[in-house]
Design a binder for this molecule. Structure first.
Ligand SMILES: Nc1nc2c(ncn2[C@@H]2O[C@H](COP(=O)(O)OP(=O)(O)OP(=O)(O)O)[C@@H](O)[C@H]2O)c(=O)[nH]1
Ligand SMILES: [Mg+2]
Length: 287
């Protein structure tokens, strides 16, 4: 597999986004950091934590419908042990999203009590939503505002600039473009972000991404792999043999009955992203 050093995946606009985030940080009371519930470790951008510093943080695990619940719960506890306030949501369906208001009020309870003691009318609570690309920031804001104020889409880089959205309950939310960080500490992180669509396809070689995904499924979700594609798949089966099997079964063939590998990669990645293999947790506590 190719080393990550040569790969250009930290576009200049993210550098600019970080500068804008720093400027707006002064205006907000609370920062909501969105994590992908399937990768609570790989989707934690260390630059975000460094930038936010001592502002109050609410860690929101989004896309809980796509994760393996037991493993997700382990991660939630892990972050709670580190002192974070946490919340699990499904921004698409709206499950648990309204709990954000109560959580925010709880985190800011001292400020609110101080204002009340001074007889001040409750000031709006200003919140900024930060996270990696495609994690669901804009979807969450639309869900909370019950409007389509922000643009969403299943590719990274949909939100290009910051945007304030006013909500009921005296809240104001700032949507921001997704940001990554300049250096992955581990190649695994790059694969996790590629599989889940946080970085654009084609940035990492699709063959490498698929090889990682198949090996991962063979190790952790063998029965789902068998159920989805073929019962004959084993833990030890070679990667290429699995590609050939899927290619033949799905008719991903080119002239002369050769396997169309590009199509097989797309089949696998699309299936994972469309939950055809069920809820998957890529960051593990059991290995
Ligand atoms: N299954 C599932 N899909 C979700 C959830 N939240 C968001 N999505 C989908 O994830 C994709 C990305 O959502 P966006 O809200 O555009 O993500 P974003 O973080 O704003 O992305 P950028 O603006 O590119 O940084 C969309 O296809 C959403 O429908 C969720 O809880 N569950
Ligand atoms: Mg967005």
């Amino acid at each position: 597999m190719q080393t990550f050093k040569q790969i250009q995946w930290y576009p200049g606009h993210m550098f600019k986004s970080f500068k804008e985030i720093k400027q707006k940080l002064k205006l907000v009371d609370l920062v909501c950091v969105l994590l992908d519930a399937r990768l609570p470790d790989s989707s934690m951008n260390p630059e975000i934590l460094k930038t936010v510093k001592d502002k109050p943080i609410l860690l929101i695990f989004n896309k809980i419908d796509m994760a393996d619940e037991k493993i997700l719960n382990w991660w939630v506890k892990h972050y709670q042990t580190l002192g974070f306030e946490t919340l699990k949501v499904n921004a698409q369906s709206g499950q648990y999203t309204n709990q954000i208001f109560d959580k925010a009020k709880y985190i800011l309870r001292e400020r609110i009590a101080r204002d009340e003691a001074k007889g001040l009318k409750m000031r709006p609570i200003r919140t900024m939503i930060l996270g990696i690309p495609n994690v669901g920031k804009s979807t969450l804001i639309n869900q909370l505002s019950k409007t389509k104020s922000t643009k969403t889409g299943n590719t990274p880089g949909v939100t290009k600039s910051q945007q304030w959205v006013k909500l009921a309950e005296n809240f104001e939310l700032l949507d921001t473009p997704g940001v990554l960080w300049p250096k992955f500490e581990d190649a695994k992180v790059g694969y996790h972000l590629a599989i889940t669509g946080a970085i654009k396809d084609k940035i990492l070689p699709e063959d490498d991404v698929c090889q990682y995904a198949i090996k991962f499924l063979q190790t952790h979700y063998l029965s789902r792999l068998q159920k989805r594609y073929d019962e004959s798949i084993t833990r030890e089966m070679e990667y290429v043999d699995i590609l050939d099997l899927i290619g033949k079964k799905r008719g991903a063939l080119i002239k002369g009955n050769e396997i169309d590998y590009d199509r097989v990669y797309q089949i696998i990645l699309t299936d994972i992203r469309n939950k055809q293999l069920g809820g998957l947790s890529f960051d593990r506590n059991d290995v």
